[in-house]
Every structure is written in structure tokens, then in C-alpha cells.
Write a protein of this length. Structure first.
Lengths: 491, 653
């Protein structure tokens, strides 16, 4: 058997371990090169994934699977990690613990990729834990900053709770079906629909939903997210919001959707309620935030609500829409967080002891002080609000459209109602994005123009190009997402 | 060969736009050389494609975009002559602008915006489908808005930019409605299997549209074409949406030359020409085109007579000449079918040369004298020989002066006279001589106002103490090149008509004339345009040079006709004050505000809508206590909630 399809994971794992070794052997001053090394490894993996975007295969006794679904999510994870690593070259410049930082980033990326490829509940759990453990540490990486420590601790406690719940759910599934292999579980459910309405099935599914919902930050499993995103180093927030969050979605696509379809459990309404509450909650709370990182955290909760709409109708198109929006969100949100990191850099270079660097006031006149950052942030905000031509628009469009089709097909008024709520939510979100845009372009600047560090600019511009590129030429991405969706539905 | 690089025609100026925007400040002359080089590249590719496909080739390239739409390039004779004209004139104006804008600190922004504008305009021209056409068309509108308001600190410029944006938007909405209506009709006939797209064709491609014409309901087709024409009326400043064009003169003169004379405003005419097979199939629309065009030609010319701002005279002249082009499409289209496109486009291109020249000469004068008011000029001939001579050439071209029978004359002599003759033939066939009447009277007025302008600016004694000098070579160079074209372009008439005549047949669309074959018009009709042109020159010469007539009696605020014209038929008053302020603002906006403030905000819910959201956010935010135990409880609560939800639904065992 050829393991070449697993080369991306192998490259990153080895690189992660090598970096720790390099860190032990090099002097603090020369550690700045590790960032470039990590970026090179991620680029190599990314090229590998892109080259095998249509690859298929199973490995290690069906524990891992490579298919269109795994490949598009690996693409998302690798792109986000790459952007984060590039930005970190500036963010963690001259930090003496850089080696550990980059090693953890790479290992958490491997964890996410394992989740994307998991074909077995145990693999899935291991992937989840690898990614979570790494990100717990990353969230608290600024160990002299109490906010960062608090963020890490909260993230860790709630994360452990969710892991426990998820594991419990998995053990129930194993108890019912006698297997941990996902296709085998699905096959079991298909042939034994008798269990469809038993309490045990429902409880198992609910625990899985809770476990995945924690990663996805769906209301009411979202409580950790705003605190953690706000307190973590901004580049880590970017990884959490744009990357690791998608882990929950890919796991849900792989396990939940199939299982729910198989046991013919009608959870449409439950997911619809979760999705609507999540998006509305996220958007409403985002309005009154003054911390932009918190605002982005709530906006990403709202985005998770939109993506969760894919579970409501589970047609090929709706899942493709969910995947597309996940891809778009990864680009927009990582870019937006990195842009906030630039503002943090700007504020700290004005005043070394500044607190709350992401306060709205610091964005006044950003258009004059850091024009590239401000313009990119402007693009990301419009894209997040779903304004064409952008990745955010394409994702929302496909998603909302698919639900409308389904609503018409089922002659279901409440589905149509959900689309209307989602669109109203999009409109509502423009309100808080526009407020920041007004600060950036209308209010007078509070300081001198700064020179935006090159790594930041590269990362942001890559995200801008991706965001607009997907919006202008969505065809190949839609095709990829449709392929992924056909895997999800097993057709 | 060259056609492989067709996409670069648009992409080069786009790249120049990006580079100039970001790097312009660090480059000499505000980065002007980037757009010049890029547009020169576009021109060379266009010229190469022309030589490659002449006499009857076309270039078609297309890639799928999304949802059955495509991005594509269609370069047929119609497009290629437009491409060459737009890139060539734009290049000359960019070169000229190096001198004209030399004192402006915001030069990089200027050159970036004009470069983007050129890209958008070129993209309009080579679009192979109506959607891409519309998107580029909107981009052109946006650039026009930015450039009119280039000196945005000037309130009048900001207001003019806003006005242009809003007025052309009226047309754009109509245009978009037309596209939607067309799309609905197309998908109807496709789903009913009456029509199927040829393989590799897309629904909104021009080719598919033309193929579907016989199958679309005639009434619907009339609506579609009228809506398209609505877009053209907005963009090309036709009555009643003409008001924005003269105000648009608030931008730099080079912008006026580029956008509001040579290129953008011709987009409306180009739209009608591009979709001409549809118009021919809807004769009622053609009639509307003819009448609106003819009336605009005359109407705008009357206002050109009394304006004192040199650029406004030229602006009204542009509106009037665009009217001629529309008139050509409307009248000649009914008589000679597809040949009308040739007649109209020929005038479009010759107009582009001489009108760009007129504007650049005006710019040269303004640059030297520092005022727009022709009453304060005078006697400039001695100081600005090149400008004065080239402007005279342009004026002769505009007035259509030439020698009949031996066919020697300026560009306008060939192009405009053909339109007037076409209007006459139309009148003969249908008995409707009104458009012809519009055209002849407008020709007389055109000649009067343009020579009035020239005599007042360049002859007589200086009427103010202004220091003036000839402009630098970088400005006079383009003037001379354009003057050569204004003088000699007309001789290509026969070849040009011949080249464009087969334009739609190359796409497999044949257009039959409605009224049968044309016969040569009587001698008097051939002579009349030149006679009125010369007559106009003599009148102006007598009044403004020799001062044989005392105009002060006529030009006074006592004369109601003069007042009417000077106030532009009270159009700004009617448009801005009556419709804009009284009707829209006072009635609609005020009542809206009343409802909003007094009823929604004031009486009924008192700011609840706006405040509730904010306060709701605050309340919900309090749920986020920051205490991690609470978070865990909420998570468990959520699980309980899910359990309840699903149990209620199924009531399992």
C-alpha cells in the first residue's frame, strides 16, 4: 500500500518534531528562521493536497480515509495554518519559545487533518485531542499575560468537558453497534432502523452533537469561544476561529449527517433551532462589543450558525454550501484576525504598555495609518456580511438557495422562514461591520502612519486574494464542494 | 496571433491601475508612464487584431463563469474599430494629462482612476455577453463618478459627481430591468424547447440573443429594447437624462475630454449599435430612438448657443452630437438596415477625434488663461497659435465643413452629412420629415455656437488682464495628432461603411431594411448641411468677430428667450428644485421622515427598534459571566434542551 496520499500529515508530523529538536540546539537569536521553515513545510503539504485533490484511498485498516471531503477540509486547515504561520513570523519575532510555538501549530494542524480523514471513531477522537491539546497550550502561550492564561484555562476546562461528553456519546454508539468503524456503524444503522426511536440512539446522538458543537461553537456550547478568542494571542485566535472550528464541521459531516440519515431520525427542527439561535445570538451580541476580537468571535459564532443550516436539509447542495461557507469563513476570518494583529502591533509600537489593543478606538483613521490593513479588513468585513463578489457571498448564496429549493420542494413554510431569518441576520451583521469601517475611514487618525511589517501584509493579502478569488471564479470550488457533499451523503 | 492576447487589452490597464495606485507616488510624473505604456499596449494589440481579422474575421473567446453565464471576448468589426478608437484617444489624452495635471498633488490617483476607466471601457467594448457588458458599464459609471468628483473638496464638483451618479443610475436601472426581462424571455423559449443554445454558447451572449430574436414575442422585444435604450439615454446624456453631462465638466478638462466626449458617453450609442439586430426587429423602439436622438440634437444645440463657460458649450455640443448618432441608428436603421451601424459608428469615431481635440484645446486655453469664461478671453490667437489653429480645425470638423461633389472635407463633413441624408431618406420613405428638420436646424446652430466660441476666445482684444502662454509640447503634441485625424479621417468613409456593413452577418444574423432600397437624395439635400454650416460660420463671423450686430439688445436678462436658454430651459430648476427638492425631498423624504421619526420612533415604539437591539445585545452579553462553572452549566443545560426537543418530537421509549 502506498502512503503517498498521507504525505502531508507525515511531512508536518516530522517537521513538528524536528523543530523541537532544532529549538534545543539553536541559539535564541537564530530561532526566527523556524517560522520560515514551518511555512515551507505547510506549503509543501498544501501543494501535495492540491495535487491529490481527487485522491481516494483508505489506510491503516480503514482507520483513515482520503476522499474529496477530507481533501477540501485539509485544504482549509492548511491554508489557515499557513496564513497564521506567516503572520506569526512578525507576531512572535524574537520570542525565545518560538520553536515550541511552531511545533504546536504544526501538530495541531496534523490533528485537524486527522479529523478530516478519520474513518473510525477512535481516530476521530485522537485527532480531536491532538488538535485540542496543542491549541490549549497555544491559547496560553503569552504566559505573562493573565488574559491569555485565563483564556487557555477556560478553553481547557470546557474543552475537557466536551471531550468527555463526546467520548461518552461514542461509547454509546459502540455499545449499540458493536463497532467503531464509521462505515460499519452507518451500515448497522441502515439495517437496524428499529433503534431509530430508542432513547439510547437519541442520547448517543445528542452527546455527539454536544461534543462537535463545542468545536463549532454553536449556541449553547459556545460560551468558551469569546473569552478564549479575546484572550489568546491574536494569531492563535485566528487559528482557533478559522481553522480548528472547522474540525467540528467536518466531523459532523462525516458522522452525524450519515448516521442521522441512516437511522432516519428527523432532527431537522432541532438543528434549525440551534442554527437560528446561534446566528441571531452571535449577531446581536456582536453589536454591542467594543473589543474587535470579541466582535469577531461573536461574528464567527454567527457564521457557524449559517454553516449549521447545512444540517437542516442535508441535500447535496446544502452541504456543498456549508463546505463553501466553511472555506470562505476560513479565509475571511483568519485574514480579519491577522489584520487585528497588525493593529495590535501598531498600538504597541505607539505605547509599549497599552492595554486592550483591539479596542474600537484604536481603529480610528486606520485607513490613513495602515492603508493595506484597513483596506483588507474592509474587504473581509464586506465578505463576512456576504456582499459579492466574495467567498462569503458564494457560500451563503449556495446555502440559502439550497434551503429555498428544499422549502419549495417540501412546500414548507417554516424552512422558508428560516431562510428569511438568515438573510435578515446577514443584514443585521452589516451594522456592526459598518461601524468599524466608519471608524477606519471617517474618523481622524490618532497617530502617525506606520510601516506594516511584510509578513503580516503577505498573509493578509493572500487572504484577500483568496476571498475575492473564490467570489469571482467559484466554479472549481463549487465542484469540489459538491464532490465532498456527495461523499457526505454516500451517493 | 494577436487575438491570443485579446484579454490583455483589458488586463494591461487594470495592472497599470493597481501599480499606479500603490506605487504612483514614488514614480516620476505620478506614475503617468505606467498607464500610458499599458494603454499603448492595448492599442497595439487592438491594431494587431484589426490587421489580423480584416476584412471579415472575428475573434471569439469564452470561458464558463457561473450559473450558465460566461466571461468572454467578442471582437467583430464593430468592436475592433471601437477598441482602436478608445485606446488611441485614451492614450493621447493620458500623454496630454502629463502636462495638464503637472501641478496637481493627487496625480497618482488621477492616473490610476483614468487607467481603470479605460480598462472598464475597453471591457464594455469587447464583452461577448450582456451581463459582462453591464458589469463593465457600471464600472465605467463608477470611474466617471470618481473622476468628476476628482477635486472633491470643491462643493460644486462633489455635487456634480453625485448628480451624474444618480441620473445615470436611473438609466442603469432601466438597462438592468431590460436584461432581466430578456433573461426571462430567453429562459422561457429555452424551457419550452422552442429554442436551444448552440453548443458552447451561453444564455446572455449576444450571439444567442440575436439567434433568439424571431422567437421572442414582439411586444416583449419592444419592451426589452426600450429598456436598453433607457440605459443608453442615461449614459449618453440624451433627453431627458442629459442634465448631468454639462455639470460633469467640474472634473479636470482631461477627464471631460476622455470620458464626457470621446469614450464613456459613447457607450450608450455603442449599446444600441451592439444590440442593433434587436432594435431592427422592434421598429417601434427604433422610432423612439430616432425621435429622442433628433430632439436631443436640436435641444442641446440651442443651449450651446448661450453658454459662457467654454467647457459647457462643448458639453452641450457633445450631447447634441450623441443625439445625431442616435438619430442615425433610428432613422437610417429603418431605411438601410445594418448599414446604419456603420453610419452611426463613423460619426461616433470622427466625433471622438474632433471632440477630444476641442476639449484638449479648451484645456490648453484654460491652462494658459486660468478661467473657463469665454467672456474673459479674447485675442489669444497671437499667443497660442497651435492651440488656436488646431481648435479651428476641430470646429470646422464639428460644423461639417467641406466641399461637396469633389468630396474633400473634414471628418465631420463626411460623417454628419451622411446622418442628415439618412434622416432625409427616412423622411422620404415614411413621409415623416420631422427628424430631418431637427437635424438640419441643429446643424445650423452647431456651426453658430462653435464659431462663436472660437471667435470670442481667439480674436478681438483681450478682455481681461490675464497672463497667457502656449502650452508645453507634451500638450500640443496630442493636439496636432488629433487635428490630423479630425482633418483626414473622413476619407476612410467608404471603406469604413463597407467594413461594418457585414458586421452582424459575420455572426450569422441578417438584417433586412424595412423600407426597401435607398435612392440617391436630391442635390439640395446633399448641399444643405454644408450650406447651413457655412451660414453658421458667417453669422458668427459677423456677430462675434466683426461685431456687425449689437448683441447687447438680445443678450439681456429682459429677453425671455435668452433667459430661457441661459437657464437651460430651467431644467436644473425643474430637475433639482422641483423634482429633487420639492417633490422627492419635501414630499417623499419628509413624509418618510415623519413616519420614521414621529410614528415609528416617536409615538409608537420610541426608538425601541434601534435601542432594543443594542440593549438586547447588552443583556445577552451579561449571560457571558466569565465564570467557567457557568459555562459548563450552560453546556449541560444545552444537552438537556436538545434532549427535550428530540424527545418531544418522538416520544421515544
Amino acid at each position: 500500500m502506498s502512503y503517498s496520499l498521507l504525505a502531508p500529515e507525515i511531512i508536518l508530523t516530522i517537521l513538528g518534531l524536528v523543530i523541537i529538536l532544532i529549538g534545543l540546539l539553536t541559539k535564541d537569536e537564530s530561532k526566527n528562521m523556524i517560522g520560515y521553515l514551518s511555512a515551507a513545510g505547510l506549503i509543501a503539504s498544501l501543494v501535495y493536497v492540491l495535487g491529490n485533490i481527487n485522491g481516494m484511498g483508505t489506510f491503516f485498516y480503514n482507520a483513515l480515509v482520503i476522499d474529496p471531503l477530507s481533501q477540501i477540509f485539509k485544504l482549509i486547515f492548511l491554508v489557515v495554518s499557513l496564513l497564521v504561520v506567516i503572520a506569526s513570523i512578525s507576531y512572535f519575532k524574537d520570542n525565545r519559545n518560538q520553536d515550541e510555538y511552531y511545533a504546536l501549530i504544526l501538530l495541531s494542524t496534523v490533528g485537524m487533518m486527522v479529523v478530516a480523514s478519520a474513518n473510525d471513531l477512535v481516530t476521530l477522537f485522537v485527532g480531536f485531542e491532538l488538535a485540542s491539546m496543542s491549541t490549549y497550550v497555544l491559547a496560553g502561550f503569552e504566559k505573562r499575560n493573565p488574559a491569555s492564561l485565563e483564556a487557555a484555562l477556560k478553553y481547557f476546562i470546557i474543552g475537557s468537558l466536551s471531550s468527555a461528553l463526546m467520548l461518552f456519546g461514542m461509547s454509546l454508539v459502540y455499545g449499540i453497534t458493536g463497532s467503531t468503524n464509521i462505515p460499519a456503524i452507518i451500515a448497522y444503522f441502515k439495517t437496524n432502523p428499529l433503534f431509530a426511536t430508542s432513547s439510547l440512539d437519541i442520547i448517543a446522538m445528542i452527546f455527539l452533537i454536544a461534543g462537535f458543537g463545542f468545536k463549532m461553537a454553536l449556541v449553547p456550547f459556545h460560551m468558551w469561544a469569546p473569552d478564549t478568542y479575546e484572550g489568546s494571542p491574536t494569531v492563535v485566535s485566528s487559528l482557533l476561529a478559522a481553522g480548528s472550528k472547522k474540525m467540528g464541521f467536518v466531523a459532523a459531516f462525516r458522522v452525524l449527517v450519515l448516521a442521522l440519515v441512516a437511522i432516519r431520525m428527523d432532527v431537522q427542527m432541532a438543528f434549525a433551532i440551534l442554527a437560528v439561535i446561534t446566528m441571531t445570538y452571535g449577531n446581536i451580541v456582536a453589536i454591542s462589543q467594543r473589543s474587535i476580537k470579541r466582535m469577531l468571535a461573536y461574528s464567527s459564532i454567527a457564521q457557524a450558525g449559517y454553516i449549521a443550516l447545512a444540517f437542516v436539509v442535508t441535500t447535496q447542495m446544502s452541504i456543498a454550501g456549508g463546505v463553501l461557507l466553511a472555506l470562505g469563513h476560513a479565509l475571511m476570518k483568519s485574514g480579519a484576525f491577522i489584520a487585528v494583529a497588525v493593529v495590535g502591533y501598531m498600538v504597541l509600537s505607539d505605547n509599549r504598555n497599552a492595554k486592550n489593543t483591539d479596542d474600537l478606538d484604536n481603529f480610528a483613521g486606520l485607513g490613513k495609518r495602515a492603508p493595506i490593513t484597513a483596506f483588507s479588513l474592509f474587504v473581509f468585513f464586506l465578505a463576512l456580511a456576504g456582499i459579492p463578489p466574495s467567498a462569503g457571498f458564494i457560500g451563503k448564496f449556495v446555502l440559502f438557495y439550497s434551503i429555498t429549493i428544499e422549502a419549495v420542494a417540501q412546500a414548507s413554510n417554516w424552512l422558508l422562514f428560516i431562510v428569511i431569518i438568515a438573510i435578515l441576520n446577514s443584514a443585521l451583521s452589516i451594522y456592526y461591520y459598518a461601524r468599524v469601517i466608519r471608524y477606519m475611514y471617517v474618523l481622524p487618525p490618532v497617530g502617525e502612519k506606520i510601516k506594516e511589517p511584510a509578513p503580516y501584509v503577505i498573509a493578509i493579502l493572500l487572504a484577500v486574494i483568496g476571498t475575492i478569488g473564490v467570489g469571482i471564479y467559484p466554479e472549481p470550488f463549487i465542484r469540489m464542494a459538491m464532490n465532498a457533499a456527495s461523499v457526505v451523503l454516500g451517493v | 496571433m494577436f487575438s491570443d492576447f485579446a484579454a490583455l487589452i483589458v488586463l494591461l490597464p487594470v495592472i497599470a491601475f493597481v501599480l499606479t495606485l500603490f506605487l504612483g507616488k514614488k514614480l516620476p510624473h505620478g506614475g503617468a508612464y505606467l498607464p500610458i505604456a499599458a494603454i499603448a499596449g492595448s492599442f497595439i494589440i487592438s491594431l494587431g487584431i484589426f490587421l489580423q481579422i480584416y476584412p471579415e474575421g472575428i475573434v471569439q473567446q469564452s470561458i464558463p463563469w457561473f450559473a450558465g453565464m460566461n466571461l468572454g471576448i467578442l471582437i467583430d468589426p464593430l468592436a475592433v474599430v471601437m477598441l482602436m478608437m478608445v485606446s488611441f484617444v485614451s492614450m493621447l489624452i493620458h500623454i496630454y494629462a502629463v502636462g495638464y495635471m503637472s501641478h496637481d498633488p493627487a496625480r497618482p490617483r488621477y492616473f490610476a482612476e483614468t487607467s481603470l476607466f479605460t480598462a472598464a471601457m475597453l471591457s464594455v467594448v469587447l464583452s461577448d455577453n450582456i451581463l459582462q457588458f453591464f458589469i463593465s458599464w457600471e464600472l465605467v459609471g463608477l470611474c466617471s463618478f470618481l473622476l468628476i468628483g476628482f477635486w472633491y473638496h470643491k462643493p460644486s464638483a462633489a455635487a456634480a459627481a453625485k448628480k451624474a451618479f444618480l441620473v445615470t443610475r436611473v438609466g442603469d436601472v432601466l438597462f438592468l430591468a431590460g436584461i432581466v426581462l430578456l433573461y426571462v424571455n430567453m429562459s422561457d423559449i429555452i424551457t419550452s424547447r422552442a429554442f436551444s443554445l448552440a453548443p458552447g454558447n451561453f444564455i446572455l451572449q449576444f450571439k444567442s440573443m440575436f439567434d433568439a430574436i424571431p422567437l421572442i414575442d414582439k411586444t416583449q422585444l419592444t419592451y426589452i429594447t426600450l429598456l436598453f435604450f433607457g440605459g443608453a439615454v442615461g449614459k449618453s446624456g440624451q433627453f431627458p437624462l442629459h442634465g448631468w453631462l454639462p455639470d460633469a465638466m467640474e472634473g479636470p478638462t482631461t477627464v471631460s475630454a476622455l470620458i464626457h466626449a470621446a469614450t464613456m458617453v459613447t457607450a450608450g450609442v455603442y449599446l444600441v449599435a451592439r444590440t442593433f439586430p434587436m432594435f431592427v426587429a422592434a421598429p417601434d423602439s427604433l422610432l423612439v430612438v430616432a425621435y429622442v436622438g433628433g430632439f436631443t440634437a436640436l435641444f442641446a444645440a440651442t443651449m450651446g448657443l448661450v453658454m459662457n463657460d467654454i467647457k459647457r458649450v462643448l458639453a452641450y455640443s457633445t450631447v447634441s452630437q450623441l443625439g445625431y448618432m442616435m438619430l442615425a441608428l433610428g432613422t437610417a436603421g429603418a431605411v438601410v438596415g445594418a448599414k446604419a451601424v456603420g453610419i452611426s459608428m463613423f460619426h461616433l469615431i470622427s466625433h471622438a477625434f474632433f471632440k477630444a481635440l476641442l476639449f484638449l484645446c479648451a484645456g490648453s486655453v484654460i491652462h494658459a488663461v486660468g478661467t473657463n469664461d469665454i467672456r474673459e478671453m479674447g485675442g489669444l490667437f497671437g499667443k497660442m497659435k497651435i492651440t488656436a489653429t488646431t481648435m479651428m480645425i476641430a470646429a470646422l470638423a464639428l460644423a461639417g465643413i467641406g466641399i461637396p461633389f469633389i468630396n474633400i472635407g473634414t471628418a465631420g463633413f463626411f460623417s454628419k452629412d451622411a446622418i442628415i441624408e439618412g434622416a432625409f431618406e427616412y423622411g422620404e420613405k415614411t413621409g415623416d420629415l420631422i427628424p430631418y428638420g431637427f437635424a438640419v436646424i441643429a446643424a445650423l446652430l452647431t456651426s453658430i455656437y462653435i464659431f462663436r466660441l472660437w471667435f470670442m476666445a481667439f480674436t478681438g482684444t483681450p478682455r481681461s488682464e490675464r497672463h497667457s502662454h502656449e502650452s508645453p509640447g507634451v500638450m500640443t503634441g496630442p493636439l496636432m495628432i488629433l487635428a490630423v485625424f479630425a482633418l483626414f479621417f473622413g476619407f476612410s468613409q467608404t471603406g469604413f461603411y463597407h467594413y461594418l456593413e457585414t458586421n452582424f452577418e459575420l455572426m450569422g444574423v441578417s438584417i433586412a431594411a424595412h423600407e426597401g432600397e435607398a435612392v440617391p437624395p436630391p442635390i439640395i439635400v446633399v448641399l444643405l448641411p454644408v450650406i447651413v454650416g457655412v451660414l453658421g460660420f458667417l453669422i458668427s463671423y459677423a456677430i462675434y468677430h466683426k461685431r456687425m450686430l449689437d448683441m447687447s439688445k438680445l443678450i439681456s436678462s429682459q429677453n425671455p428667450l435668452y433667459k430661457l436658454l441661459l437657464n437651460r430651459y430651467y431644467e436644473p430648476k425643474i430637475g433639482a428644485d422641483l423634482i429633487g427638492v420639492k417633490l422627492t425631498h419635501n414630499v417623499v423624504a419628509q413624509s418618510g421622515e415623519f413616519v420614521d421619526r414621529k410614528i415609528i420612533d416617536g409615538l409608537v415604539i420610541d426608538n425601541i427598534i434601534s435601542n432594543t437591539l443594542f440593549q438586547l445585545g447588552e443583556v445577552v452579553r451579561k449571560l457571558q459571566t466569565g465564570v467557567v462553572q457557568n459555562y459548563a452549566s450552560v453546556t449541560l443545560l444545552g444537552i438537556g434542551l436538545l434532549l427535550v426537543l428530540l424527545r418531544i418530537k418522538f416520544g421515544g421509549t
